[in-house]
Design a binder for this molecule. Structure first.
Ligand code: GLY
Ligand code: MN
Ligand code: MN
Length: 437
C-alpha cells in the first residue's frame, strides 16, 4: 500500500478537527454487487471509506467520535472465519483493524445494532451522507428511534443530521505528495497503454482488440482495473460520448477515439487520444484535430493558481468557435456565436472535471455562487472535443462523422500546472511518427 498508516490517521484527524464537539460521523463501506446469479463484480471500496481508512473490505462501518476518551476511531467489520476465508480469501477481523488500520476499537459487524445506539446517544450532531444507501439509512433511523424510545430514562437522541460530503470532499480535493506519486504512476501506466495501442492498430482490427491492448498494459503494470469502462470508438462511434460497446471493425481512413485510464490503488487516471486507424490523418481530420489540440493547449495554459474553474473551459470554447468559423462549420461573428453557444452541437460537454479516487472526483466547482479559484494540489482533466454528427447536413460532407477528443490529467502547481499524462503523444506529427515506427 502506497498511502501510509500515518497518512490515513492524518486524514481522520483533519476531518475530526472540522467536526463539531459532541458529534459522530458514520461511514459505511461499499457493498458487494451481484453480477449474475452466484457471481459478484470485483469489489471496489467506497472512495470516502477508503480515503479515511485504507480498509478494503465490504460489510464494514467506520465511526468517528472526536474527543471521545475511550477511542475516537471505531470499526465494525466481518469476523475472522476459517471456512469463509478458505473459500473467499482472508479477512482482517476486528483485532486486525486495531493492529493494521489504527482503529482504537473494533467490533463484529453483527454487533452493530447493539453498540451503535449507545455511541449515538448524547451526541448532538450526526454526520452521515443520507440517501445513497436506503438500507443503511433505515438502520440509522432505527438506531435513533431506539434512543427516542428511551428518552424517559434520560437518553438524549441526536438533534441534527449533517451531510458529511461537503467537509470530507473538501479534504479529498487537495492531493497529498503520496497521492500525487500514485496518480503520476497511474498516469504513466495509462500513457504507456495508449502508446501500445497506437502502435498495434491496423485497419480491419476490432475495437475490442484495442481495448484488450489497454487492459494488457494496465494489468501487466499492476493496475488490474480500468478506472471506468474503456471507450474505443472508431469512425462515428467517437461521436457517442459514453460509447462502450467497443464491438465494431476499425476502418481504413477513419479515426479512432480511445478514452481509457487505469486505476491504481483506487486512484484514477483518465486519458483520451484520437488517432488515424491507418496511421495517417486525412486533410479534414488533421484540420479538426489541430483545432481541438489548440483548444486543449489554450485550456491547459489557463490551469494555474488564481484562475477560476471556468477559465480553461472558456478558453476552449473561444478557440473552438474561432476555428469552426475559419473552417466554415459555423457562420457569423465569433463573439455572438460564443454568446449563443452555437458550438454546442459539436462541443456538448465541459472541458474537464476533478480527478482522484473517483474518476469524476469530489469537490465543489463553485464556492458561494462563484466559480472556484484553482489552488495547488488540485487535479483536473482537460479534455475538449469536437463531434460532428454524421447526419448534420449544415456542414460539408468531409466533416461529418468525425469525433475527436484530447484529454490529459493536470495538476495545479505553485507555478502553474503539471501535465501528468504528457507522455502520450498528441501532435499529429508525434502520433504519425509513433504509428509508423
Ligand atoms: N472517461 C470519462 C471522462 O472523460 O470524463
Ligand atoms: Mn476520459
Ligand atoms: Mn474525463
Amino acid at each position: 500500500m502506497s498511502i501510509s498508516k500515518t497518512e490515513f490517521a492524518r486524514r481522520r484527524k483533519n476531518l475530526m478537527a472540522l467536526m463539531e464537539a459532541d458529534s459522530i460521523a458514520i461511514i459505511p463501506s461499499a457493498r458487494e454487487q451481484q453480477r449474475s446469479r452466484d457471481t459478484a463484480y470485483p469489489f471496489r471500496q467506497d472512495s470516502d471509506f477508503f480515503y479515511l481508512s485504507g480498509i478494503d473490505e465490504p460489510e464494514s462501518v467506520l465511526v468517528l467520535l472526536p474527543g471521545r476518551r475511550h477511542g475516537q476511531f471505531l470499526v465494525f467489520c466481518r469476523e475472522r472465519d476459517k471456512k469463509m476465508e478458505l473459500w473467499h480469501g482472508g479477512r482482517v477481523g476486528p483485532e486486525g483493524m486495531c493492529e493494521h488500520h489504527g482503529a482504537d476499537d473494533a467490533f463484529p459487524i453483527g454487533d452493530i445494532d447493539d453498540i451503535l445506539p449507545g455511541l449515538l446517544e448524547g451526541r448532538n450532531r450526526v454526520y452521515y451522507s443520507m440517501g445513497r444507501r436506503a438500507e443503511f439509512d433505515g438502520q440509522i433511523m432505527a438506531w435513533v428511534n431506539r434512543i427516542r424510545g428511551m428518552e424517559s430514562t434520560g437518553a438524549i437522541p441526536p438533534g441534527e443530521f449533517t451531510d458529511l460530503d461537503h467537509m470530507l470532499h473538501e479534504l479529498r480535493l487537495f492531493k497529498s505528495a503520496a497521492e500525487l506519486r500514485l496518480m503520476r504512476k497511474a498516469a504513466e501506466i495509462t500513457t504507456r497503454a495508449h502508446c501500445r495501442v497506437m502502435q498495434s492498430c491496423r485497419p480491419g482490427m476490432f475495437e475490442y482488440q484495442l481495448e484488450a491492448g489497454l487492459q494488457h498494459e494496465f494489468s501487466m503494470s499492476g493496475a488490474r482495473y480500468a478506472a471506468y469502462p474503456s471507450i474505443v470508438g472508431g469512425g462515428q462511434n467517437a461521436c457517442v460520448m459514453h460509447y462502450v460497446d467497443n464491438s465494431d471493425k476499425l476502418r481504413d481512413g477513419d479515426l479512432v477515439l480511445i478514452d481509457a485510464g487505469c486505476e491504481l490503488e483506487n486512484y484514477a487516471s483518465d486519458v483520451t487520444r484520437t488517432f488515424p486507424v491507418n496511421g495517417t490523418f486525412s486533410a479534414a481530420q488533421r484540420a479538426l484535430y489541430d483545432l481541438v489540440l489548440s483548444a486543449q493547449l489554450a485550456a491547459i495554459e489557463e490551469v494555474k493558481p488564481g484562475n477560476h474553474w471556468n477559465q480553461p473551459h472558456d478558453a476552449s470554447v473561444l478557440i473552438l468557435t474561432e476555428g469552426l468559423v475559419q473552417l466554415g462549420l459555423l457562420k457569423g461573428s465569433v463573439a455572438a456565436l460564443v454568446k449563443e453557444e452555437a458550438y454546442r452541437p459539436y462541443y456538448m460537454h465541459r472541458v474537464g472535471h476533478w480527478l482522484g479516487l473517483d474518476v469524476h472526483d469530489v469537490g465543489d466547482y463553485r464556492v458561494a455562487e462563484e466559480w472556484r479559484v484553482l489552488e495547488p494540489g488540485m487535479v483536473m482533466t482537460v479534455e475538449p472535443g469536437l463531434y460532428i454528427p454524421v447526419d448534420d447536413l449544415s456542414v460539408a460532407k468531409k466533416w461529418r462523422g468525425i469525433g475527436i477528443r484530447i484529454e490529459d490529467d493536470v495538476l495545479v502547481t505553485e507555478e502553474g500546472c503539471e501535465v501528468m499524462t504528457a507522455w502520450a503523444p498528441k501532435t499529429t506529427k508525434e502520433i504519425e511518427a509513433l504509428m509508423a515506427a
